[in-house]
Design a protein around this ligand. Structure first.
Ligand code: FPP
Length: 242
């Protein structure tokens, strides 16, 4: 039963199966509001909660969120520490409800290189929700798209020395193994680039950029992006069937 309010004209029978979001603009939002960047990220975490709930309510199969890239370590120490703390706070406050809502959490990225507390919290969230069958929630933390592909290729070579590699051999060794590729990739904050996010999986994704800053993004904006997606004609390199 559909419980979420509808703000845009979207066809619930033709939803994107997998939506991925590059959550950008927390820093600019903080600047606009004359607050510390950490508060921008904290407010962005509220958006994250709303968008997860909304995606689950609408009936999206998979939602991927880019929270922390391998390049983000280069940010000022205080900002990196604030983001690391937000990861702990987010899972501490949300994991019960997410599990109850049948959400299955997968972390995209190298957990082993994270501080031990973050690593353990993320591992535990994955373990606890492994059998859940609702929304597939992928959170990219310490993630890089080229590294993901490189790791997959290296794993294949280790397991199959001397053998020729196929696309399927790569796909099944990515963090998203077994999941559909993203149909729609949304970027907030107005930039128009992928920033090393889902380099392999995005080959045929529809791309949507909105100037709305991530802390200001809401359920209605998500629905507007889905409505725009539903107006696109997807060809996957072929021609359109009439
Ligand atoms: C980009 O904004 C956003 C990030 C680098 C972090 C996104 C993380 C969250 C929204 C929350 C933390 C994650 C979890 C899982 C709790 P920016 O600072 O680059 O914005 P700017 O381009 O305006 O400077």
């Amino acid at each position: 039963v559909m419980t979420a309010p509808l703000y845009a004209e979207i066809d619930l029978n033709r939803l994107p199966r997998h939506v991925a979001i590059i959550m950008d603009g927390n820093g600019r939002w903080a600047k606009q509001h004359k607050v510390k960047v950490a508060l921008g990220h904290r407010t962005g975490t509220e958006t994250l909660r709303e968008i997860i709930r909304s995606s689950s309510d609408i009936g999206i199969e998979a939602l991927s969120l880019y929270a922390f890239s391998t390049e983000n370590w280069a940010r000022p120490t205080a900002e990196v520490e604030a983001l690391m703390q937000l990861i702990l706070d987010f899972f501490a406050s949300e994991i019960d409800e997410l599990d109850e809502k049948n959400v299955r959490i997968t972390i995209l990225g190298d957990k082993d290189a994270l501080p031990p507390r973050q690593r353990d919290v993320l591992r535990e969230a994955e373990r606890r929700t492994l059998e859940n069958t609702g929304l597939r929630l992928n959170i990219a933390i310490n993630y890089g798209g080229r590294a993901e592909i490189t790791n997959a290729v290296n794993a294949f070579i280790r397991e199959n020395p001397g053998k020729k590699i196929t696309e399927q051999d790569i796909a099944c060794r990515l963090y998203t193994a077994g999941q559909p590729d993203p149909d729609l990739i949304i970027r907030t904050g107005g930039e128009m680039r992928l920033s090393n996010f889902m380099m392999w999986q995005s080959a045929y994704s529809e791309y949507y950029s909105t100037p709305v800053l991530w802390p200001d993004f809401g359920e209605a904006d998500l629905q507007e992006a889905i409505a725009a997606y539903q107006l696109r004609t997807r060809k996957f390199g072929g021609t359109v069937k009439k």
